[in-house]
Design a protein around this ligand. Structure first.
Ligand code: ZN
Ligand code: ZN
Length: 176
């Protein structure tokens, strides 16, 4: 379990708020078990979640949003980690389990922000419904990306060395 010892100064003031959400999800201390990174290299989304790695990546632009919207995005991504922990990989990314966590925290379960909130309309159009699946080899970190999960892919490098080459598959969250 990765423990992020240093919470981003942007997140820190909201620790109590976030803890209230995760308490109601019956996942106290979830915040301390999740790594939250800010990355300006994100091109297609403002928030990504890798539930199996307990990793949330946010575009720095979210720091400049009004507080309510910022918290909604944080809650949205954190709820993905919570759904994975509570219900496993079978639950839909934006399914009813996820929606109930958002609602319990006082947010509507929407997956799109109002037009023009952050990125240009053009970019919103281009990125809408973009879902990427990362296929990563846990042995050698080789990675491939596709628009769907490909369960039959194996790591060629590992196969060449007599290993099974099984890949870990993760869905990349893309907000429109
Ligand atoms: Zn490999
Ligand atoms: Zn989402």
């Amino acid at each position: 379990m990765v423990v992020s010892t240093q919470l981003d100064p942007i997140i820190e003031p909201y620790r109590n708020t976030v803890n209230a959400w995760t308490d109601s999800w019956r996942l106290p201390d979830l915040l301390d078990q999740v790594t939250i990174e800010f990355s300006s290299r994100m091109r297609t989304s403002i928030g990504l979640c890798y539930p199996e790695r307990s990793l949330i990546r946010l575009h720095p632009v979210v720091r400049e949003l009004e507080e309510r919207l910022f918290l909604e995005i944080l809650c949205h991504e954190l709820a993905h980690v919570a759904v994975y922990r509570l219900f496993g990989r079978g639950a839909q990314p934006h399914g009813r389990e996820w929606a109930s966590l958002l609602n319990a925290s006082g947010f509507s379960a929407r997956t799109r922000l109002p037009q023009g909130t952050i990125f240009s309309t053009e970019r919103q159009r281009a990125t809408r419904k973009t879902v990427l699946w990362h296929h990563r080899c846990p042995q050698c970190q080789a990675a491939r990306t596709a628009r769907r999960p490909v369960y039959t892919w194996r790591c060629a490098n590992c196969r060449n060395h007599g290993r099974p080459g099984k890949l870990e598959i993760e869905r990349e969250e893309a907000w429109g």
